[in-house]
Ligand binder design. Structure first.
Ligand SMILES: [Fe+2]
Length: 262
């Protein structure tokens, strides 16, 4: 599997607290079937603003250390860019802060609301040639109340990355229910762990993969966890599936959830 969202780099943000933790996280990811992990440190104007070259160099350095300890995992550079108007100055053209230096850029909404300039933000990125991927929309409470906003964005070519912990219930039942709806409605395109450490948000995707398989079938899970992310890394376009009607999966989702709990 390919994990497109992780805070694996030590001393960049609130992710891996040191090198030892980062290497243990990489080993855990590899043991759990992740062959490639994208390092996506936070990029926020007033909090964390690493130079892109530093992110790339640290990925290479960490990969060498991982190989030396026997963890055969590929680490690709990326970033989790906060949806802040001022950050657009740093994003003149695709490449820097994009996943594997491609056109795909991981964008994070504020935790609890949708900024008034969200549509404009995506539009500016797209006119500059970026392919935005929205990070874990299932966690945003305003989007949960207004999923039609997400439908509009997807129809405009914005992709969706879901967190594994959201669909398995580790982020609470509200988030899990919305995540299930998104999977059932074919509104999820990539999977990420959003791993920050070894305790709560860990770099494991296996359980999420199985649950997506239960909800949508193995082929869809493979597309979300393997084939689409591989295209992201190569900068190739992804075919966005047609979104299913909003009430289409309710009963199925509830049934699967019950089976999953047993
Ligand atoms: Fe993140």
């Amino acid at each position: 599997m390919i994990d497109v969202h992780s805070h694996i780099l030590p001393n960049f943000d609130d992710g891996a607290k040191d090198e030892e933790t980062a290497l243990a996280m990489l080993a855990l990811a590899f043991e759990n079937g992740t062959g490639t992990i994208v390092a996506t440190p936070h990029v926020m104007v007033n909090e964390w603003l690493p130079e892109w070259e530093t992110v790339v160099a640290e990925c290479d350095r960490l990969a060498q250390l991982a190989t030396a300890q026997g963890t055969d995992i590929t680490i690709c550079p990326g970033a989790e860019v906060a949806m802040e108007y001022d950050i657009l100055e740093k994003l003149e053209k695709p490449g820097p802060y994009c996943i594997n230096g491609s056109r795909y850029i991981l964008v994070e909404l504020p935790a609890n609301y949708i900024p008034a300039y969200a549509d404009e933000f995506f539009f500016i990125l797209q006119t500059r040639g970026f392919y935005p991927i929205l990070a874990h929309p299932e966690r945003n409470p305003e989007l949960a109340h207004r999923p039609e906003r997400l439908v509009e964005w997807i129809e405009k070519g914005i992709l969706v990355q879901m967190n594994g912990t959201s669909i398995t219930g580790k982020m609470g039942s509200r988030v899990m229910k919305f995540a299930e709806q998104l999977v059932v409605r074919r509104m999820v395109h990539c999977l990420g762990s959003d791993a920050h450490g070894l305790r709560t948000r860990r770099p494991k995707l296996t359980d999420a993969f199985e649950k997506i398989s239960d909800l949508r079938g193995k082929a869809a899970a493979e597309a979300i966890a393997k084939q689409n992310p591989a295209k992201v890394l190569r900068g190739e376009e992804i075919t966005i599936p047609e979104i299913a009607a909003s009430d289409g999966g309710g009963v199925v989702s509830r049934l699967i959830r019950r089976l999953w709990k047993n």
